[in-house]
Ligand binder design. Structure first.
Ligand code: LMR
Length: 397
């Protein structure tokens, strides 16, 4: 049965972590996977999470199944976070939410829903994007096309080319957008550009599918939702895959959410009934622990305030590391990398090519993704000099 099976290539991001673990060099640096590390190089459990876990430990009385969608309170709090506490989409019935295992789970269950319900046949996905987007579309049985996103010459958004290409989309196609902290480029549209994107999508009758994995890592919880909210104000229907992996540091608890907005609440009720089938057939019902942590933190004023301050500290540390890296690169004679400070979120699209990335790995034990994506959240005062010198060395060859 299995003889014909060919070995698959390692995952471009998670495969790198495996190679890193096997590297005996004590000075190795992992800037591959999108995981936050503090100044000491540790991915901490947030204090707000630890405190919530203590409360859960003391009060939890059962490990019985959650509902297929997760508990309604989780969905409500998630909608508050993404649409804003005063949005009519929080309680109005047009938006419905299912807890899915991580942002990836939400993307896949959303894609399954699109396929199963004949919502659309094709997705338009940015080039470049998080490598798993293309695989998820294909695995769900959807076709995809790429639209240009990054302009190498200016290190900015290829905005006009993006819209020109999307002009080829047909009515009813899905457009995947990153709400903030675009992965891998770190380049986000401006408010004016979001407005044009929203008008464009609504005029062409495309369905926005928004990947919202980094809320709070760009400019702030509310600020990072601006683009999504502009889309929501102009498009009656949309899909959102959001995640608590990064902003609550709940990576291995797999806690994300799929939210679908319909034109009216009667449609939304029917949509929810079918989302439940998509969840039931993929995972039956979601894991409870991460969901309970999220619900506890977001609904408790003290823990919520603590979370916001911890999230701000993570965001600011990453911004500081951007500035430090640019300075060190200049000192090392690598040239002008000022554009790195303009990018948002965990990642920096460095401009390094595949060969340079390979030299960094083989000769310096520095691990970054093949596209040249550096996880800035893994840089600290101790490793930045070695990193800058190694980059300067490879680009001068
Ligand atoms: C990343 O892009 O590194 C993260 O989203 C982790 C992952 O699952 O790839």
């Amino acid at each position: 049965f299995f003889d014909h099976i060919e070995a698959a290539p390692a995952d471009p991001i998670l495969g790198l972590t495996e190679t890193f673990k096997n590297d005996p060099n004590p000075k190795k640096i992992n800037l591959g996977v999108g995981v936050y590390k503090n100044e000491a190089g540790v991915t901490p459990i947030l204090d707000c999470v630890k405190q919530a876990e203590k409360l859960i430990f003391e009060t939890e009385t059962t490990k019985s199944y959650l509902p297929i969608t997760g508990l309604p309170e989780f969905g409500r709090l998630t909608r508050e976070l993404i649409f804003g506490a005063d949005s009519e989409l929080v309680d109005g019935g047009r938006a419905v939410t299912c807890h899915c295992p991580g942002g990836t789970g939400a993307l896949r269950i959303g894609a399954d829903f699109i396929k199963q319900q004949n919502v659309a046949a094709k997705m338009w996905i940015s080039d470049p994007t998080w490598a798993n987007h293309y695989q998820i579309a294909t695995a769900a049985g959807l076709k995809f096309e790429r639209y240009p996103y990054y302009d190498r010459a200016t290190h900015g958004l290829a905005f006009e080319r993006m819209l020109e290409t999307l002009n080829q989309a047909e009515e009813g196609d899905v457009v995947v957008l990153h709400a903030c902290c675009h992965n891998p480029t770190g380049i986000d549209p401006t408010v004016e550009q979001w407005e044009r994107i929203a008008d464009f999508i609504s005029e062409k009758k495309l369905l926005p599918f928004i990947d919202f994995a980094y809320q709070g890592f760009g400019h702030g919880i509310e600020e990072d939702a601006q683009g999504l909210r502009i889309i929501a104000s102009r498009c009656k229907e949309m899909i959102i895959a959001s995640s608590y992996s990064k902003n609550l540091g709940l990576y291995n608890e797999r806690v994300g959410a799929l939210t679908i907005v319909s034109a009216d609440k009667e449609t939304a009720a029917r949509v929810l009934s079918q989302m439940k089938i998509a969840v039931r057939t993929a995972i039956s019902n979601p894991p409870a622990h991460g969901e309970k942590v999220v619900t506890t933190v977001l609904s408790n004023n003290e823990l919520r305030a603590l979370w916001e301050s911890e999230l701000t500290a993570m965001r600011e540390r990453i911004r500081n590391m951007r500035v430090l890296l640019v300075e060190k690169l200049k000192e090392a004679g690598a040239g002008d990398f000022d554009f790195i400070t303009e990018q948002n979120g965990m990642f920096s699209f460095s401009g390094l090519n595949k060969d340079q990335v390979e030299i960094l790995r083989k000769e310096f034990s520095i691990y970054i993704v093949g596209s040249g994506r550096i996880c800035v959240a893994g840089i600290n005062a101790e490793n930045v000099d070695a990193l800058a010198k190694a980059i300067a060395d490879v680009i001068k060859r």
